[in-house]
Design a protein around this ligand. Structure first.
Ligand code: SAM
Ligand code: ZN
Length: 318
């Protein structure tokens, strides 16, 4: 797939154990403030183990998309195998969702792993219907603690500098102006919330969590005037055109050529021969391309093998 940007792979990570049952009230408040509570099809991108997916219950269909199989299996265990949830293992830089096929999208705590922010945002814009809301959370580099540390010379990087700061491989914090500029190409930003002003260990030890959550709720709308919080929630609306009525059409497209995929049994196939992708145990797996479509003869041989295997299984149980 050419020079694809690198992916932060969460396979085998302990993210779930660290966050399972953790307090995410401030994030939930922000999401509820920004995302319409109902709709037809919402894409939860980089959904992880589904920590926040429960907030999307008002949608007829929820695409739970993540690159990590581990995360998706945890999400299945957490959210269940309800038909409303469509689990997809895929890379956000190569989204396999048809253009204009979703009427909302949410992505929190993910873009800080992306080296090419503009490319990711363009892919996300493409899967949205015109005017659809996209709630994006990002980690800001211009927050109180970073500013204080910089002024006290305990930190070398400048929180006012517009370029992203990197804390290690595929881990970035962004300046609000940088993010605004990246968003501008594909979206119109309507609202910004300043979230997690009180995410400081000392404060958490001294002040009851409920009090901090209330304070956070009150502070969030100040993001309209000034953004100095470590986390920023934005509401963006998709500008420009995408195919009309795509919400009613096929959901998946070829991550390579963009053609709509054809369904054959448990497989999705590119009509241009780019490959096939399977749905296994309730997860559409776009990480593994099963190769070009089989010829009619190959399919017949495969069917014969399957029926032979069935015969021997039946004999074994007799
Ligand atoms: C810090 S976790 C956040 C998970 C979830 N959004 C939450 O807030 O709990 C980051 C998630 O982004 C996913 N991710 C990172 N890069 C990705 C990419 N290029 N495509 C799809 N998922 C990606 C990881 O697999 C991981 O589950
Ligand atoms: Zn294709």
């Amino acid at each position: 797939m050419g020079d694809a940007p690198p992916i932060c792979d969460y396979e085998g990570s302990d993210y779930r154990d660290r966050f399972w049952g953790g307090d995410c009230r401030t994030e939930r408040i922000a999401l509820r403030r920004l995302l319409p509570s109902q709709g037809r099809r919402v894409a939860h991108l980089g959904a992880g183990f589904g920590r926040m997916t429960g907030e999307l219950q008002g949608y007829d269909q929820v695409i739970v998309l993540d690159y990590s199989h581990t995360m998706l299996r945890d999400a299945q265990a957490h959210l269940g195998r309800d038909d409303r949830y469509i689990y997809v293992a895929a890379d956000i830089y190569h989204l396999p969702l048809a253009d204009g096929s979703c009427d909302a999208a949410v992505m929190e705590r993910v873009i800080h792993h992306m080296a090419d922010v503009c490319a990711a945002l363009q892919r996300i814009r493409a899967v949205l219907a015109p005017g659809a809301p996209f709630v994006l959370e990002y980690a800001s580099k211009r927050h109180g603690e970073a500013i204080l540390r910089y002024l006290l010379r305990r930190q070398t990087w400048n929180p006012f500098d517009r370029e992203p700061v990197s804390f290690g491989p595929l881990y970035f914090n962004f300046h609000p102006d940088y993010m605004a500029q990246c968003l501008e190409c594909s979206f119109e930003t309507r609202r910004c919330l300043a979230v997690s002003y009180f995410r400081l260990n000392l404060l958490k030890r001294l002040v009851p969590l409920g009090v901090l959550v209330t304070q956070d709720r009150l502070m969030q709308p100040t993001g309209r005037i000034a953004l100095y919080s470590p986390s920023v929630y934005t509401l963006n609306v998709a500008v420009g055109e995408t195919p009309p009525a795509a919400l009613d059409g096929p959901l998946f497209k070829c991550p390579q050529c963009g053609a709509l995929l054809e369904t054959e049994g448990d497989e999705l196939t590119c009509p241009n021969g780019d490959g096939r992708w399977a749905c296994q145990e309730g997860i559409y797996d776009f990480r593994e391309n099963l190769g070009p479509k089989k010829t009619r003869r190959q399919r017949r041989t495969q069917e014969q093998r399957r029926s032979l295997a069935q015969v021997s299984a039946n004999e074994a149980t007799m």
